[in-house]
Write a protein that binds this ligand. Structure first.
Ligand code: MN
Length: 332
């Protein structure tokens, strides 16, 4: 792991006369708000900047400053038709494939700004800080190098990335640095309670219907303590429709006392296969399990896509998770 080269990233941004900021497929608050913050900062530097995502941004993030400017490209052809830019900045995206159609946006150079340990270092420059609790913190450090001061709008965007990626200051990435970052953002004028409300009280009646279904499908593993999860089939989801955001469903198994690994396996309504989401407490490295399925992520939060049904996926996934729980010994 090499130290992130902020000076080099700064030079790339300074040298670009137009910028597009993007993020991964099914972007979350860290990806969207980091992209918005960087676009806003580029404009403060006098550069035209756009935010173009590979899939639509969930409406629940409409409170983010500048959200109305976010657009999405439906496919590679639509991406190729976009006006070209000098610099494409990929935010919070661990590998090129996760950029989806956004990888086809016409650009001269690609800056990969991220904090995933599994980042493949794609692009002309990889500004990857594995120690950072969120991509927003990497963006904040880049803004410092660029000499863009934190105003209320920028700070609100960055605070949203921090609250989201730390699970409201709950996950192991909630470090002293995370709190220092929060304090700086609060001092810049963020309405902390308003952002927390906007990121927390977001459920629609359909979301609650899905929570009900997920609770009914909760399985506490009979073989290994500390393992629990939920599997949802396409047929089960068809009546409800997919939520904009899946992240709270896996919180159900995770919320069990003494849970060590939580999983969610779901068949998407559109397309084949099943999506795997994994969460763990240290020292259990679920990124390694996700990697075995061609995915990636963080040691304590990772995901992958499986080519078969949810049932077939569980048949392969559960033995691996049980083995991980049996093998790993907590650090002394
Ligand atoms: Mn992130």
């Amino acid at each position: 792991m090499t130290d992130p080269d902020y000076a080099a990233a700064c030079a790339i941004v300074r040298g670009a006369d137009s910028v597009i900021c993007t993020s991964h497929l099914n972007p979350d608050a860290d990806g969207i708000a980091t992209a918005l913050a960087l676009a806003l900062a580029c404009e403060r530097l006098g550069k035209p900047a756009r935010v173009v995502l590979p899939s639509p941004a969930p409406r629940l993030y409409a409170f983010l400053p500048g959200f109305a400017r976010v657009s999405a490209v439906a496919d590679v052809a639509a991406a190729r038709r976009q006006p070209p830019c000098a610099l494409l900045i990929a935010c919070d995206c661990g590998d090129r494939e996760r950029l989806g159609a956004a990888a086809a946006l016409p650009h001269q150079r690609l800056l990969n700004l991220d904090h995933h340990a599994s980042n493949t270092r794609f692009g002309d420059l990889a500004l990857v800080d594995e120690e950072a609790c969120c991509s927003g913190l990497v963006a904040a450090r880049l803004l410092e190098h660029l000499g863009v001061p934190l105003d209320r709008e920028l700070a609100t965007l960055l605070y949203a990335t921090l609250v989201y990626d730390t699970g409201r200051f709950l996950h192991p990435n909630t470090t002293a640095e995370a709190f220092r970052f929060a304090a700086r953002l609060a001092e810049a004028g963020v309405d902390i309670a308003a952002v927390n409300r906007a990121l927390t009280y977001t459920r629609s009646p359909r979301d609650l219907g899905l929570l009900k279904l997920a609770l009914e499908r909760l399985t506490i593993d009979a073989e290994v303590p500390g393992l629990a999860g939920i599997a949802l089939t396409r047929a089960e989801l068809a009546a409800l429709g997919e939520p904009e955001e899946w992240s709270e469903i896996i919180e159900i198994p995770r919320s069990l006392a003494d849970n060590r690994i939580a999983y969610l396996v779901r068949e998407p309504l559109e397309g084949a296969g099943a999506r795997i989401s994994l969460r763990s407490v240290p020292p259990y490295d679920v990124a390694a399990v996700a990697a075995a399925f061609g995915g990636g992520g963080h040691r304590q939060a990772a995901g992958a896509t499986y080519p078969g049904t949810a049932a077939a996926c569980l048949a392969e996934l559960l033995p691996r998770l049980r083995a991980l729980l049996a093998d790993a010994r907590p650090a002394p």
